[in-house]
Design a protein around this ligand. Structure first.
Ligand code: ASP
Length: 132
């Protein structure tokens, strides 16, 4: 997967997720990447999310929208909502993969259950983070 999320100075959030699918996928499998709420989601009121990993796990938990719902309904910020989303993903389906998240205030976060997930961000126009 190549995933990207962004917030512009006016507060507009955007997410993009592209994928080649998974190894040995069945003919015609679509996966989670183009499914809004599963592998990709953006809403100016909450956050933008892009996911990578086993799409079936993300579809079963609607993980991108679930993370947004933690922000919307429980007033969480990106870091808390990502953690809550990952607890849910793990408990519910032993989910395999990761997400990147930016909230409406520009806070960034990530989590993953795989050994590593190469990713990075520039937070609030200054602080650079690269993680492996
Ligand atoms: N999530 C994608 C899929 O299940 C795989 C990926 O991470 O690119 O199709």
């Amino acid at each position: 997967t190549i995933g990207a999320i962004a917030r512009d100075p006016a507060g507009n959030l955007a997410a993009a997720t592209s994928t080649g699918g998974i190894v040995n996928k069945r003919m015609g499998r679509v996966g989670d990447s183009p499914i809004v709420g599963a592998g990709v989601y953006a809403d100016n009121e909450t956050c933008a999310v892009s996911a990578t990993g086993f799409g079936e796990d993300f579809m079963r938990t609607v993980i991108a929208k679930t993370i947004a719902d933690f922000i919307m309904m429980q007033g969480m910020e990106a870091v808390q909502a990502t953690k809550a989303g990952y607890e849910y993903l793990t408990r519910k389906v032993s989910g395999r993969g990761g997400v990147i998240v930016i909230d409406a205030a520009g806070n960034c976060s990530s989590d993953f259950t795989t050994k590593k997930m190469v990713h990075g961000w520039i937070e609030k126009s200054g602080q650079t983070n690269c993680r492996f």
